[in-house]
Design a protein around this ligand. Sequence first.
Ligand code: ADP
Ligand code: MG
Length: 354
Amino acid sequence: MTDRTRIFRQKTKRAGACLTCFMFSFFLSSCVPKVPVSDKSAKVEFFSMNTINTIEVRGPEAEEAANAGRDEVYRLERLLSRTDPGSEIFMVNAAEGEWTEVSEETFNLIRTAIRYCGETDGAFDLTVAPVMDLWGFTGGEHRVPDDAEILSVLDRIGYEHVLLDEAKSSVKLEIPGMSLDLGAVAKGYAGDCVIKIIQQFDVKSALINLGGNVTVFGSKPDGNGFRVAIKDPEDPEVYLGVLELKDTNIVTSGGYERFFESDGKVYIHIMDPETARPAQSDLLSVSVIDPDGTRCDILSTALFVMGKEEAIRYWEEHRDLGLVMATTDGEVLVSENLKDSFEVTGGKSVTYFG
Ligand code: ADP
Ligand code: MG
């Protein structure tokens, strides 16, 4: 192991999810006996979508809401998993060039994902599955493929070969060996769905953390937003900054979350669909803040692949997005629309753009 990879590994071990939430205090304070009904709170923690998730809710029906939120994540995992033989995505992937009818929900999510593939110029590509398999990220047996293997897998990548028939709610993968992977969007979409479910109950606020994808609903009892910290990808014990958020999502993608190393080189789990290799980004992490969780998840992955210059260009055409990016040069770049809510806490120099 080289020094660099050793440091990387040590730091990553401590990293865990890249977001830490500072907003638990009001839940703790409500643990004293005889709390008024309106201050009731509940927290569920569960494993789904390959990660640890927590849902915390405050309000008279906190417990029912938190449980229903958890069941919603389980439902979506069964629908969207690429490895569960009972899922609709599995069916589409197994259909070998035939049309597959899917639920309206799956159809709409695939259609949304394809729209973003185009909008991000293919930096996000929902057909990246064969690349994940090739590098061993699917089964966990990581390996570095040779150039011939990489060339051959490139023939099976391309969102433009995913065909949609809206009238029949059907999907077809045009090229043999193609496969869909919603790994960069499912948790973001799940956040959106869980919020909708939770709002069907009598609740005041909620905090949902699906493997680092954070969704906040409402505010703290004192009316202030939830304080959510973004970890420094180079030192998980340090925060780049803290954001005060209400009714929105924050989703972070970074190479330090999942990776393996071979011959002293680090290979990350975010792929560049153009090269079928791990993305060579000049960014260490990208956090996207937006009320649409699906959009956050897709764009955090896509902007990471694009790198600093292109990500800023993308933001210039989508100025409603909130962006916090840590670069390999040790800079922190924050979109100017977050100026009032971003509090610098780390030692890195922060530049606002826009
Ligand atoms: P995580 O889900 O680990 O928090 P991301 O949202 O960035 O992080 O998603 C990474 C996952 O998305 C990978 O594990 C893989 O399944 C898939 N993926 C990797 N690269 C891409 C890409 N360029 N476009 C679409 N999906 C990708
Ligand atoms: Mg993502």
